[in-house]
Design a protein around this ligand. Structure first.
Ligand code: AMP
Length: 282
């Protein structure tokens, strides 16, 4: 295990740490909401390979949760996260308080369009991407990284953040990393701890259903028939489906045929109280 990483909780402390880190070259940022799991750790390892200095931000962003969502109960495991960051030799953990991120009088929001209005996560969580875009833009300006890593697990978010950085001429490169899964296919997620033992057994059906639809599409089955088959699989397993769709992998626009692709299958569904999201390429 490496030394405990330096932790900055105020802008002054962050800037002081940044001055030091900058001297050793490029900085990679991995934004997270904490409760770190192997998916996050893979992002951090990739950051390590790409830059001599790595910052991990830990901030459970209140503005991307709706009042009926799980902000209050979202898992918070700060000490364990620090130990994980230390074991991967993270240079700095940026962990601002809500008051530092959104001081009294805060009145600016970035409202993304394009992929952010594709009718997927945004359909169910209308304020989500403005919350994400605003906080990520702030994290980018605060940390001034050369690169930032995001997981494909949150595929629409990856597209939104990539586009925002380009549109606002933010001088960094956004890099997407593949989804890390449990052995049975369930995508790692901080929210998996909400699943009861029975739900945990059922949860991998999400991945299996997407793979089934991908297989059918590749085999040339009629588009909507293949998509419906996947949707029915998860409904039958007990999920309440928010969406299960095959979209254009870049724009996330609806398509009617594999020929209109590249195709990405994206799903969000609730199992009991837990909402899971995932996606695969075709
Ligand atoms: P979160 O803490 O859930 O906001 O996630 C922080 C970052 O980790 C985001 O870029 C996520 O897409 C990414 N991430 C979350 N779960 C996984 C996973 N299973 N595999 C790869 N990246 C992930």
């Amino acid at each position: 295990m490496g030394p405990r990483p330096q932790v900055a909780r105020s802008i002054v402390a962050l800037n002081r740490a940044l001055r030091r880190l900058r001297r050793s070259g490029k900085i990679a940022l991995v934004p997270t909401m904490g409760a770190l799991h192997k998916g996050h750790l893979a992002l951090i390892r990739q950051a390590r390979r790409r830059a001599p200095r790595v910052i991990v931000s830990i901030f459970v962003n209140p503005t991307q949760f709706a009042p009926n969502e799980d902000f209050a109960s979202y898992p918070r495991t700060f000490e364990r996260d620090l130990a994980a960051a230390a074991s991967l030799e993270v240079d700095l953990v940026w962990a601002p308080t809500a008051e530092v991120m959104y001081p009294r009088g805060f009145a600016t929001r970035i409202v993304p369009e394009g992929a952010a209005t594709a009718g997927l996560e945004d359909k169910v969580r209308p304020h989500f991407f403005a919350g994400v875009a605003t906080v990520v833009a702030k994290l980018f300006t605060q940390c001034q990284p050369d690169i930032a890593l995001f997981g494909e697990k949150d595929f629409q978010q990856l597209k939104v953040v990539t586009r925002m950085a380009r549109d606002l001429d933010l001088p960094l490169k956004v890099i997407g990393a593949p989804t890390v899964r449990e052995r049975d296919g369930l995508a790692m997620s901080s929210r998996n701890v909400y699943l009861s033992p029975e739900e945990r057994q059922t949860a991998p059906v999400l991945y299996r259903a997407m793979k089934e639809t991908a297989k059918r599409l590749k085999a040339g089955e009629e588009f909507e028939t293949a998509v419906s088959a996947g949707r029915e699989l998860i409904t039958h397993a007990g999920f309440v489906v928010d969406y299960f769709e095959a979209r254009h992998a870049e724009t996330l626009a609806p398509i009617a045929s594999v020929k209109d692709g590249p195709v990405r299958i994206l799903v969000a569904a609730k199992l009991g109280k837990t909402r899971l999201i995932d996606n695969v390429g075709v």
